[in-house]
Write a protein that binds this ligand. Structure first.
Ligand SMILES: O=C(O)CCC(=O)C(=O)O
Length: 278
């Protein structure tokens, strides 16, 4: 399986239209790949909260034809003939709430899955204040492996990744806009998720600076042993690797740690409702 992570620069100044045109050109150039991945909130900027309302898009139902990112990315995926995880956009839902939503297209350009980020970053600012939280764990089977979706801050919550693996995920796809000051944590967490879930990790971060936030870059392709197959620098870059998907099956058979997990550890009293799977 050949995967490419397009580590886009998302810097001031820059408009969503310019970024979409640039991203579409880079995706079109990836014909021959199996899967291409873009970062988190790259149209508006993940840290430019004041741009989110104006940049919000409807991504589901008939009104989705008016979404400029769905249109541009669907066309780019179809013309390159690749599966495209187009990172995330600010989604405006029917009730007006905003979500940080990932878009996954197949090789014909059909939108096959959306994933609303479950864990919102920011504590009492940003996404934690302005966006609603997703509740659904999202996976998809492709001809090269089973994909499980997560976004940026989700990386800190291993229970989401365990839930993804329990339904067969082999490839964890994680678009991000991680801050440069915590780049080492990003690296450790991406490798940890690969090791604990015995899965391939495709973690695509943005580069550049907007709204005073320096983003880490450092996108990573990690194999199920936790070995880094490819790692990006600080600037815009396309990172490509050929990945042996048999390694997931072989490792899970030869070092079958997942079968030793203890299920049914009781939830704390008053615990949160279980996540739903789609
Ligand atoms: O967890 C972190 O340190 C960063 C998370 C983040 O930047 C995000 O989810 O947008």
């Amino acid at each position: 399986m050949r995967a490419s992570l397009i580590q886009l620069e998302v810097s001031d100044p820059g408009s969503p239209d310019e970024r979409r045109a640039h991203a579409a050109e880079l995706v079109r150039a990836r014909a021959g790949d199996d899967l291409v991945v873009l970062p988190e909130l790259w149209t508006t900027g993940a840290w430019a909260y004041d741009a989110w309302q104006a940049g919000a898009e409807t991504v589901d139902g008939p009104a989705a034809v008016d979404s400029p990112t769905v249109r541009a990315m669907s066309t780019a995926a179809g013309s390159a003939g690749v599966w495209l995880h187009a990172g995330t956009v600010v989604e405006r839902a029917d009730d007006g709430s905003l979500y940080n939503t990932a878009l996954l297209f197949d090789r014909t350009g059909a939108l096959r899955r959306t994933y609303r980020k479950i864990h919102r970053y920011g504590f009492d600012t940003g996404e934690a204040v302005w966006m609603a939280a997703g509740r659904d764990v999202v996976t998809l089977t492709t001809e090269f492996g089973d994909l499980g979706l997560a976004t940026c801050y989700d990386l800190r919550f291993p229970e989401l990744f365990r839930a993804l693996v329990e339904v067969g995920t082999q490839i964890l796809v994680i678009p991000s806009a991680w801050p440069a000051t915590r780049r080492e944590q990003w690296r450790i967490l991406c490798r940890a998720r690969a090791v604990e879930e015995q899965a391939v990790v495709l973690a695509c971060c943005s580069a550049g600076t907007h709204a005073d936030m320096h983003q880490a870059g450092g996108s990573l392709i990690v194999d199920p042993w936790g070995a880094v197959l490819a790692e990006a620098g600080h600037d815009e870059e396309v990172l490509t690797a050929d990945i042996d998907m048999d390694a997931v099956t072989t490792l899970r058979r030869e070092l079958p740690v997942l079968q030793d997990r203890i299920l049914g550890i009781p939830a704390p009293e008053g615990g949160i409702a279980p996540l739903r799977r789609v």
